[in-house]
Ligand binder design. Structure first.
Ligand SMILES: Nc1ncnc2c1ncn2[C@@H]1O[C@H](COP(=O)(O)OP(=O)(O)OP(=O)(O)O)[C@@H](O)[C@H]1O
Length: 613
């Protein structure tokens, strides 16, 4: 154990200490929003709880002095003193009742606020999430902030407010003790003020160190959380078992813990050691003051009652200093959480631009003009100078090897990302100038990693067009088109069957069945002018896929349809086919012309055709 005495300059100490309050304002603001009344009650109760102990000690002094005087007095004087004594006892009892009331009120406020705040903070986090862009969710550090902000949403802001109020309460108590002690000696006040300072400084230093350690270890902790997830969630467990990865991942988990533990243990030992050594200074000061006060009483400089009061004040002062230390310690930890929360909430999301709800050329369809796109931080473009025109009523199929940029093209078309160069037009209007909601209503998209909602079958399809979600006839029609109707009819509660394994009576589906549900969802979007299927049929057999696309073509004859597929049997029916490679369009044309070209399309088509023979 390395036991070096913590050394600071006063300025360093002040800055360090001030950092404890950095997020208190934010936390109080959140609590205020949850309930102004409860926040005011808590503040008043804190004030009362800070002042009452000194008042009780002061009345205690009057009681002892009245007892001593009553013992010495006789006759009427004694009776007067006895009635004074009774009054003081009643006053002290009243103060104690107030004090317990204040404490109880504080606990009650905290319990109610906890529930309100948990909801308030979660809603703030989720509302912010609605405004975020896809890129935010794909950024690991940012995503981590979101996860962590959510994890402790219910406890941390309140905990920071409580710790701040506790610190203020103890501060008020200490000032009121000092005011009482001042009658005895200014030196006693200084002794009380400074005896706790060394332990306080050490606590501030080590709490700060713990805070910084935790921040630094964020990536390691994230890896631990990830490993926990892989080892315990249904989607990870299959491979973990079959590839016998359990022990390997568990060992990684344990190794991370051991690293963290070593650092933490050293810190706890150093903290404990210095906390004890420096805490001794406070104890020595207390007993010194004890002796000093006792001798002053013997010398007749103070009354017995005053002696009792000063000793009580010293003892409680020590308690207040210890409690301050605990509050500061808690505040550092809560600050860590609040810094994540405020960073997350303060993230600047550009307002979606564009207010127009129609384009000048309704019959122009979609145009890509010299469109290039780099993912954040990428060196190579995912799309490189794409030019493409799709007219209304036309169907486009996109083929190309993995990573050639097909999905990226769709992400740009749906405004999930903005082109780095060039522009995309719909009805002759740049996508950036379209009002976002209007534009999105015109699009129906199912991605290859479509959502599997843990909702009922009917809802899974109905969310394709939320305005008609409860229209059972429309939902059944969409299911029919997605070839899902047959198996849905055989499910225990048909369209009311709960899907997924998260909830009671939930049924899981096969990969292909999930895809048919997702297709039903796409068909539900009957008002969309552009329908896009990004390879959602990989798990569906070739015949069903051909059926679905023939159907799809029929249903979209007056709209634009875009299909991404690796199956050439499906692709061949499209009016226009583009072959992508390394983010560029390599070949384009219809099936016949591409075959005649004898390029990559023709080669791949022949290859697949042979496979089916
Ligand atoms: N979120 C992302 N961040 C950074 N790079 C990405 C991201 N998504 C895709 N890429 C990269 O962009 C390129 C194009 O990816 P894209 O998903 O568009 O390919 P694709 O043609 O749809 O492939 P597949 O057939 O496998 O679905 C790839 O090199 C990929 O590594």
């Amino acid at each position: 154990m390395k036991a070096s005495l913590p050394v600071f300059t006063p300025l360093q100490w002040l800055t360090r200490f001030a950092s404890v309050f950095r997020y208190s304002g934010v936390a109080i603001d959140i609590v205020w929003r949850a309930s102004p009344t409860l926040t005011i009650v808590m503040a008043l109760v804190t004030l009362a709880a800070g002042l009452l102990p000194a008042a009780i000690a002061w009345v205690g002094q009057l009681i002892v002095d009245a007892v001593v005087a009553a013992i010495a007095a006789e006759g009427d004087a004694r009776d007067t003193l006895k009635s004074d004594l009774l009054r003081y006892v009643l006053i002290e009892a009243g103060l104690v009742v107030l004090m317990t009331g204040a404490q109880k009120a504080n606990t009650v406020c905290q319990s109610i606020l906890r529930a309100l705040l948990s909801n308030e903070v979660n809603v703030m986090i989720l509302e912010k999430a609605l405004t975020l862009e896809l890129a935010n969710f794909e950024d690991s550090e940012y995503y981590d902030k979101l996860v962590r902000a959510r994890r402790e949403a219910s406890s941390r802001p309140l905990s920071l407010v409580i710790a701040t109020f506790d610190l203020i309460r103890d501060g008020i108590s200490l000032v009121s003790y000092a005011a009482l002690l001042l009658q005895f000696s200014i030196w006693a006040v200084l002794l009380l003020s400074f005896a706790g300072v060394p332990a306080f400084l050490a606590e501030a230093k080590y709490s700060g160190e713990a805070f910084r350690n935790q921040r630094r270890r964020s990536a390691e902790r994230r890896m631990q959380i990830y490993l926990e997830m892989v080892l315990t969630r249904e989607d990870g467990v299959k491979e973990v078992k079959l590839m016998q990865l359990g022990r390997l991942f568990l060992q990684r988990y344990i190794d991370i813990f051991k690293n963290i533990y070593k650092e933490d243990r050293n810190l706890v030992l150093r903290r404990g050691f210095w906390g004890y050594v420096l805490g001794l200074i406070a104890s020595v000061a207390f007993y010194f003051a004890y002796g000093w006060v006792a001798f002053a009483a013997v010398a007749g400089a103070i009354t017995l009652g005053q002696m009792t009061m000063y000793i009580a004040v010293f003892r409680q002062g020590q308690g207040a200093v210890t409690s301050c230390l605990a509050s500061v310690n808690r505040m550092y930890e809560d600050n860590l959480y609040l810094s994540n929360l405020t960073e997350y909430l303060g993230h600047n999301v550009p307002e979606p631009t564009g207010e127009q709800t129609a384009g000048p050329l309704p019959d122009d369809g979609i145009r890509f003009e010299n469109v290039s796109f780099y993912y954040p931080g990428a060196q190579r473009p995912a799309l490189d100078n794409i030019n493409l025109h799709i007219r209304p009523g036309e169907s486009l199929a996109i083929v190309g090897e993995n990573g050639s940029g097909k999905t990226t093209l769709i992400k740009l078309l749906t405004r999930l990302y903005t082109p780095t160069h060039g522009r995309i037009l719909y009805q002759g209007l740049d996508l950036q100038l379209w009002e976002m909601d209007t534009l999105r209503q015109k699009l129906g998209v199912i991605f290859q990693d479509f959502a599997r909602y843990q909702l009922k079958v009917g809802e899974n399809i109905g969310v394709g067009d939320k305005d008609f979600m409860d229209d059972r006839a429309l939902v059944e029609e969409a299911a029919e088109k997605g070839l899902a109707a047959d198996f849905i009819k055989n499910m225990p509660a048909a369209y009311d069957t709960q899907l997924g394994t998260w909830f009671r009576d939930g049924m899981d589906l096969s990969g292909g069945q999930w895809q048919k549900i997702a297709l039903g969802r796409a068909f539900m979007r009957s008002r969309a002018e552009v329908l896009i299927l990004d390879e959602p049929t990989a798990a569906i057999d070739a015949r069903a896929e051909a059926d679905i696309f023939a159907h799809f073509r029929e249903l979209t004859s007056n709209r634009i349809s875009i299909i991404i597929s690796h199956r050439f049997s499906t692709v061949r029916i499209a009016d226009q086919i583009v072959v992508m490679e390394h983010g560029q369009i390599l070949e384009r044309g219809d099936h016949e012309s591409l075959l005649a070209l004898g390029g990559q399309y023709a080669t791949l088509f022949e290859l697949q055709a042979k496979g089916y023979q």
